[in-house]
Design a binder for this molecule. Structure first.
Ligand SMILES: [Zn+2]
Length: 138
């Protein structure tokens, strides 16, 4: 018996046992091998080491997937929410007061209009704009 890692045209990977290589070829040609995920019969042998990065991802092996990006942003949001004061639309005002030492330096977060963000930048106020994702995927 021989174990092949197979993949369908939708790129699902799964494993199949065959008597030998020829048996696999015959079944594949007859479309007798069915993807257990989507039922596709356009199955081919995947590279022997399934953990090897696929060629289209090889250029940037460390590039996060969209799901990882989202997770990182959710984590960022949680950090900001637990460590910073929410000041809502007074963000520009508060950021300025902290910048000019009129109030205790602390982490704040809130909303600023594009104009406000621009003038804060012009005044050299240090702040970052982050994509605000929903706290969970639900
Ligand atoms: Zn499939």
């Amino acid at each position: 018996m021989i174990l092949f890692t197979l993949r369908c045209t939708a790129d699902h990977h799964f494993e199949g046992w065959f008597r030998d290589g020829a048996a696999y070829e015959k079944q594949a040609r007859r479309h007798e091998i069915v993807c257990p995920v989507c039922g596709d019969t356009g199955v081919e042998k995947a590279p022997m080491a399934p953990h090897v990065a696929k060629s289209r991802a090889a250029a940037s092996p460390n590039a996060p997937t969209p799901a990882q990006m989202r997770q990182a942003l959710q984590q960022l949001r949680r950090q900001v929410e637990s460590n910073c004061d929410y000041v809502g639309d007074r963000f520009a005002e508060e950021a300025r007061r902290i910048h000019y030492g009129e109030t205790d330096p602390r982490g704040i977060y809130g909303e600023a209009s594009a104009d406000e963000a621009k003038s804060l930048k012009d005044e050299g106020v240090d702040f970052a704009t982050v994509p605000w994702v929903p706290p969970t995927d639900a």
